[in-house]
Design a protein around this ligand. Structure first.
Ligand code: AMP
Length: 446
């Protein structure tokens, strides 16, 4: 089912999209379709269900919005109710899709609406009652609304699940499935995910897609060609703080994003950085929606150039000009790492990402390198060189060779053979007369 494009169009006009959409694309300054757009748009225009692996920054939003809006413009609908529903994991991502959709429908009469938590419930109910044609929603709030009064998705033409892997990681699997089940069964479904190596994504694809095509653009091992990836080793968190301040004062960047694994660590960094006269913002899940929106705005407008964030901000954050991402804490796994560094080096930009790694994080970092099949560049800052230089001895895997591994297993352990209960059950047991004899293979009679 792998899609295999042959003649890749070089401009949006090759897609034979409706005229108002082409005008909007032109106004937005898109000249050449990105790879995901080149592959996904023709298939989606052909009403195919799609499973697409593409990361944020690849142009995936327009890859699903353009064909969807084209359907809505070219098919005359006799139905009522929502015609296209887009589900996204976070409010921020839903807002960004909404903004892009607003720009794309500028020359049309299509109506769109946004449904996310933290906003007025009644206004959202009214919007659904008005049969808004395109609805962009986070699953939690949409389900809440659906419990009050079922929105009309029985005539839905297109269902889009954006960042499905993230929705699953956030525990939305059941919500997404129950929303999908209440939608018109004849709809077209487009499922986008940063990775296809997520078991849950494949399971979900089985449940919601029909005869789908796969567009696999981004496998985890593709690498991020426009992002330089570096590692700096550190003695401890104090040393990391000094390195972080140095990098933020000496690197060239438009906007920097610093990731921590915890809200507490994010808050802790703010003081020392401000002490260095650096203007920093903090973004994490414990902040109320108003404060989060304000922070995002300051960052988007460039009033704050440095943002310290937990993983909440890692997905779907589409802010131009982030060209430095620093992992103050090493992320917990390779997928998280991808999502974090995906904030930099967007469509036409170059980015630098630096991980600060202390001894206890070495194995985690080398596991991430192995997972991505990449070796990141080791870097030192001369004036801040610490005592820790990385493990003295490395295993072939790149992990630190520890004393623990030198201990030979006990002889008795080595020779232990697993004996299953079921293997013992029939030892010496006779067949009772009622038990059939095992059947011997017979020669065919000629
Ligand atoms: P996305 O991956 O959808 O989050 O898109 C990342 C950024 O790329 C957004 O700011 C889009 O407006 C922009 N973009 C999308 N498609 C194109 C294109 N064909 N040419 C230039 N920029 C694009």
């Amino acid at each position: 089912m792998q899609s295999n494009p042959t003649d890749t169009p070089l401009s949006f006009s090759n897609f034979s999209l409706a005229e108002p959409l082409l005008s909007a694309v032109k106004k937005m300054g898109y000249q050449t379709p990105t790879p995901v757009q080149q592959q996904a748009i023709p298939l989606a225009l052909d009403y195919k269900d799609l499973l697409v692996s593409a990361e944020t920054g690849s142009g995936k939003t327009a890859a699903f919005l353009l064909p969807t809006l084209d359907h809505l413009l070219t098919l005359t609908s006799t139905s009522f109710g929502t015609r296209a529903l887009i589900l996204a994991p976070t409010r921020e991502l839903a807002q960004q899709i909404f903004k892009q959709c607003q720009q794309l429908i500028e020359y049309t009469d299509l109506t769109i609406g946004l449904i996310t938590g933290g906003e007025d419930f009644r206004l959202q109910q009214n919007m659904l009652r008005r049969n808004t044609e395109v609805v962009i929603a986070t699953p939690g709030r949409l389900l809440e609304l659906m419990e009050q009064e079922i929105p009309n998705f029985t005539h839905l033409e297109v269902l889009i699940l954006d960042e499905a892997d993230r929705m699953l990681d956030m525990g939305f699997s059941e919500d997404v499935l129950s929303i999908a089940n209440s939608c018109n069964a004849q709809r077209q479904t487009l499922l986008f995910s940063a990775t296809l190596t997520h078991f849950g994504v494949i399971k979900m694809a089985d449940k919601v897609l029909k005869n789908h095509e796969v567009v696999a653009l981004n496998t985890l091992h593709d690498g991020h060609r426009n992002i330089e990836q570096q590692i700096i080793v550190a003695d401890d968190n104090d040393h990391k703080q000094k390195l972080l301040a140095w990098l933020l004062l000496n690197e060239t960047y438009d906007k920097a994003l610093v990731f921590t694994n915890s809200r507490i660590q994010a808050d802790t960094l703010r003081g020392p950085l401000r002490g260095q006269k650096l203007r920093v913002g903090v973004l994490h899940g414990e902040m109320d929606q108003k404060e989060r929106n304000r922070m995002m705005e300051l960052y988007r407008d460039g009033e704050v150039k440095i943002m310290i964030a937990t993983d909440l901000a890692a997905r779907g954050l589409d802010i131009k000009g982030i060209n430095l991402v620093i992992n103050f804490d090493v992320p917990r796994n390779g997928i998280n790492y991808i999502h974090r560094i995906g904030r930099t080096g967007r469509v036409d930009e170059l980015g630098l990402t630096i991980a600060l790694v202390k001894s206890t994080e070495w194995n985690l970092m080398s596991g991430i390198e192995r997972f991505l099949k990449q070796k990141f560049k080791r870097r030192t800052i001369k004036e801040l060189e610490g005592k820790y230089k990385g493990p003295k001895k490395l295993k072939a895997s790149g992990k630190a060779a520890g004393i623990k591994n030198k201990i030979e297993p006990k002889k008795a352990d080595k020779e232990k053979v697993k004996v299953r209960h079921r293997d013992q059950k029939n030892i010496g047991k006779r067949r009772t007369p009622s038990e059939p004899k095992p059947v011997e293979p017979q020669e065919p009679s000629t």
